[in-house]
Structures are given as C-alpha cells and as structure tokens.
Design a protein around this ligand. Structure first.
Ligand code: HEC
Length: 387
C-alpha cells in the first residue's frame, strides 16, 4: 500500500511537472468528502459525540495530520472492536483498501480541495435524526449530569401514548448531551418498573436500530417504557433530554425481532484478578434467525466471544469483541444466520480487575453484576410472527 501511494504521488508529480493535465491525486471534493460523509460525519458533526465536525473542507483541513494518524496509522477511527478473524458485519465502518489508498494519496498530495463543483451535498440530519423525522417521539424528563465524579446509571420510566397498537420498523434514541451519555437501553415494561423486552438502544456514535425488511417490534398503544441510561461525566455540567423516535411499519410484518440477553448475573470477580472468565449460554426452543450481536460489559471487561453450537454439533464463532469500555458497539451480521431449534449460544467473557488495567478505577474491589460490572451478550433474532 505504501509503495502504491508513493507510486501515485510520483505519477502525480511527474504529470504536474510535464504541465500537461492536472495531477491525478485525489481531491477532497471528488474523493474524500464521500468517504467522510459515509464513514465519519454521523459522529463528526455539531452536537454529536466527536470533538470536531468534519462536514466541510474548512472543517476538515486543520485535522488532516490527525486524520492520517487515527485512520491510517493507528486505525482507531472509525471505532470498531470486532476481531477481524470472525464474522462479516454490515455496519463495519472501516475504510476499504481503495478508500485508505485514496486518503493516503490525498494527504501526501497536501490535501487539495479540487473543484468545488464536485463537492457532494453536505449530509443533512433533519431535527438531528439520522432516519429523518420519526412518526412518534417519546420525550424523557431532563436529567442534570454533574461535571465530575463516577459514572451514573439511571432508570427513567415513560409511556407511549398512541391511538392504537403498532409495529415499528425502526427506533432511534437521541440523547441531547451526547458527550455525557455512554449508552441507553429502552425496554417495554408491564408496570413501568420491571423491564421486559428491549425495544431499542443507543450508544455513543451508533446508528439507530433498523429492523430487517418485513420484521419489526410491537408496541402497545399505552405501553410503559423503562429507559436505562449510563451517564459519563466529562468535565462539564450539562442537562440531558433524551428523545425516542419510533418509525411505524406500513407493510406486512411477517417476523418479530426479539431482543435476547444471554447473561450471567451471579459472578464475583475477585479484587486483583487478571484474566477472569465468566460464561453464559442460551438454547433456542424454536427456529430463529440471528441478526445482531451486542457484547456488553463495563470497565474491567477485556473481551467477549459469542458462538453458536448448532444441533448437528458444528460450532461457529459469531463475534469476538476486543472490548473497549469507551464504545458499546453492536455488530449487525452481513448475512442473518439461521439458528434452528436446539442451537445453543455460548458467551465467554474475560475481565482484568488488576491494577495493570488502565481502565480499572479500583483494583481492590470484588465485582458483582450491576454498576460495577456486567456480563451480557445481547442477541437480536427473528422469529415467525405469532398471530
Ligand atoms: C462512532 C463515532 C465516530 C465515528 C464513526 C468516527 N469518529 Fe472520529 N472520533 C469520535 C470520538 C468520540 C472522538 C474523540 C475520542 C477519541 O479521540 O477517541 C473521535 C476522535 C477523532 C480524531 C482525533 C481528534 C483529536 O482530538 O485529535 C480524529 C482525527 C477522528 N476522530 C477522525 C475520524 C475520521 C476521519 C472518521 C471517519 C473515517 C471518524 N473519526 C469516525 C467518534 C467517531
């Protein structure tokens, strides 16, 4: 790749020197803006999680060196923590080889603007929503987040108020204090206290939840909802007002998307333990189709692997997350996976509760399930709809 981009530059220079046509190096307008629009601006825009906006050339220009470092050298942007040895995912945001090559060649050429006429339209987010204005918005109460201190986990109850029961095809959860909200899970509830099935989730920079065509989730017209929010103070006192946008399904819904939590809530991770393993499993009692995997741990988690053992004995690793507690990424399978009745999901998680773990706020503490640590393999799957 190095040689190729160097070669490109040489070619560009040679052509430029000959003075025949314009150098062939990539330009912002033609080559780079589309990459940033597709892979960066959902987070790098005003009001979002990232520290700077990358919507226009003038905004991008001062960050070119930093972009080169984070995207091409460290590969820490866009954030993605699935071990590449397992699975292919449709929300994998990493640059393709061609995109990386174009970005490298553009940086080497001095990050030229190109012809303004080629700039694609700045991506718009009406009302701040990625999916556009929702059919129904559920507003949560404002919550004050202090400037400093430990992370907080808050539950809030609200109720959907609709003229009739509906199937939803998508759900988008939008906190207003993006930089102070780590993640949010929204559950339906019978009584506004105990949580039932998960209907949607948000986590820093993640897109909305869009169900497979022909599938969805069901909400009752007066459905209580319990929302669990992980706040992360970041040096500035702010007030969060979270909105939940529902998008109704119009066509026929043949399959229901079920949110499963494969969890172990009984562990105790001893203080100082280094490579502590916790496991959980779940066996499907009906035919299912797995669509999405969401490993979830807190600050001492280091990795989580979710595998399927099929009734014929075959085992497949679906995802291995090299867990980074800053990010709560869900992995959407490029090809939904048939899990016939009797398929067993196995979740294996590791924790580093020692002083060697830079993310560990207190290595002298035994950890149990709750605010201190978590062990959940979220798995979304489809089942034929019950009439
Ligand atoms: C899922 C959200 C998300 C996406 C997608 C994303 N970023 Fe970021 N980016 C962040 C956040 C949050 C930070 C600040 C935390 C950090 O530095 O890790 C950041 C930091 C950065 C920084 C470092 C800024 C500094 O202060 O030095 C650069 C450069 C960057 N991103 C470039 C990109 C580029 C280019 C893309 C697309 C190819 C991209 N990011 C995609 C969320 C995102």
């Amino acid at each position: 790749m190095k040689i190729l981009s160097h070669g490109l530059r040489m070619l560009g220079l040679a052509v430029a020197c000959a003075g025949s046509h314009a150098a062939e190096s990539p330009t912002y307008a033609k080559d780079i803006a589309p990459i940033l629009n597709a892979r960066c601006v959902q987070c790098h825009r005003p009001g979002e999680v990232a520290p700077m906006s990358l919507l226009t050339y003038n905004e991008v220009r001062p960050w070119v060196k930093s972009i080169e470092k984070r995207v091409l050298v460290e590969k820490s942007m866009p954030p993605w923590h699935a071990d590449p040895a397992h699975g292919t995912f449709k929300n994998d945001p990493r640059l393709t080889q061609a995109e990386s090559d174009a970005l490298a060649a553009w940086v080497k050429a001095g990050a030229p603007m190109g012809d303004e006429a080629d700039i694609p339209p700045v991506r718009e987010f009406p009302g701040g929503w990625v999916l556009g204005e929702p059919d129904y918005v559920l507003d949560l109460n404002p919550y004050e987040i202090v400037a400093d201190g430990p992370d907080r986990f808050e539950n809030q109850a609200a109720a959907i108020n609709l003229p009739e029961d509906r199937w939803i095809r998508a759900i988008e959860i939008q906190p207003s204090a993006k930089r102070a909200v780590h993640h949010i899970f929204a559950y339906v509830s019978e009584d506004g206290k105990k949580v039932g099935g998960k209907i949607g989730e948000y986590s820093a920079g993640e897109g909305p939840v869009v169900f497979q065509p022909g599938s969805g989730r069901f909400v009752k017209k007066d459905q209580p909802v319990v929302v669990s929010i992980h706040y992360h103070p970041h040096g500035e006192a702010v007030v969060d007002k979270t909105r939940i946008g529902l998008y109704f399904a119009d066509g026929k819904i043949e399959r229901e998307s079920v949110a499963l939590a494969v969890s172990n809530a009984k562990f105790k991770i001893p203080a100082g333990a280094k490579d502590y393993e916790v496991t959980a499993s779940h066996t499907f009692d009906q035919d299912a189709t797995i669509t999405t995997l969401g490993p979830h741990m807190h600050r001492r988690g280091t990795d989580m692997t979710i595998s399927a053992v099929f009734p014929d004995g075959r085992t497949e690793t679906l995802v291995k997350s090299n867990w980074d507690p800053a990010w709560n990424i869900k992995y959407e399978l490029a090809q939904p996976l048939a899990a016939p009745k009797g398929t067993r999901l196995e979740v294996v998680a590791h924790y580093d509760n020692s002083a060697d773990n830079p993310n560990n706020p207190d290595p002298t503490k035994d950890l149990t399930f709750g605010v201190d640590e978590m062990m959940i393999g979220f798995v979304d799957y489809l089942v034929d709809r019950k009439e």
